[in-house]
Ligand binder design. Sequence first.
Ligand SMILES: NC(=O)c1ccc[n+]([C@@H]2O[C@H](COP(=O)([O-])OP(=O)(O)OC[C@H]3O[C@@H](n4cnc5c(N)ncnc54)[C@H](OP(=O)(O)O)[C@@H]3O)[C@@H](O)[C@H]2O)c1
Length: 251
Amino acid sequence: MKIGIIGTGAIGGTIARKMVAAGHQVSVSNSDDFEKLQNRSKELGALPKTLEDLVKDVEVIILSVPTIAIPTLPKTLLDKVPQDTIVVDTSNYYPFRDSDIEDIKKGKAESVWVSEQIGRPVIKAFNMLLAETLVSRGKPNGAPGRIAMAISGDDAKAKGIISGLVNEVGFDVVDAGNLENSWRHQPGTPAYCTELNVTELQLALNDGKRDVAPQIRDSVIKIFMESANQPSHDETVTINRSLFPKNPKKE
Ligand SMILES: NC(=O)c1ccc[n+]([C@@H]2O[C@H](COP(=O)([O-])OP(=O)(O)OC[C@H]3O[C@@H](n4cnc5c(N)ncnc54)[C@H](OP(=O)(O)O)[C@@H]3O)[C@@H](O)[C@H]2O)c1
């Protein structure tokens, strides 16, 4: 497929590498000057493009920028993009990084807000596994203990296509429902950064509590900020799991 990725950081860069390795034609853009973008693209095996060129002639656009950057994207960026081009949102809202966004603070699902900002439906995917999980924990289809990723959105066909890409890069998929339901895999929920298999993830998606998720999200950030050493990847997953009694304990 032809895939355009906006954002070449921890998650966008990882998705780019994985999609290139799976044989897709990947173009990337970020906010760097073009020379820096060219260097980053070389590392990723992708084609460097301006934002305006990136959105032309692709089947999937993956937005992988911090939430605070979404309103800074050019307002007309997607105006000429055909309606059947799928837009994926990987973002997670963290007030310490993304400032106060009143609608989200009042409880609007983060990707519903993103969709309103860009004036297009989005599929929420690639948001609830850490970049390191994508880098190193993928397994072939059918392998025991395969980790599952949650996806949500209002277009079943688009979700099917994105689920196919997720599967190709080593993960099972659980459909969490429509975009309004995507809060179930936002920060502060038992599904978030907990590396669960399909059965465990289905339970976790049902077990989230919308009203307390923001407090739990902020408590995790506090744990990280107060840690003398940056928790390792496994410690991060263990911390996230430990906040929810029904999640399996990490082996
Ligand atoms: N890191 C993870 O493990 C992870 C996992 C799942 C989801 N997420 C979520 O995915 C989103 C991206 O996370 P990240 O960790 O990849 O962030 P990151 O490492 O900080 O990278 C952000 C990328 O967005 C680009 N960018 C920022 N503003 C832009 C703009 N206005 N136009 C174009 N590009 C812009 C940056 O470009 P420059 O390089 O030019 O600055 C950078 O390439 C966040 O919402 C995050 O919460 C992260």
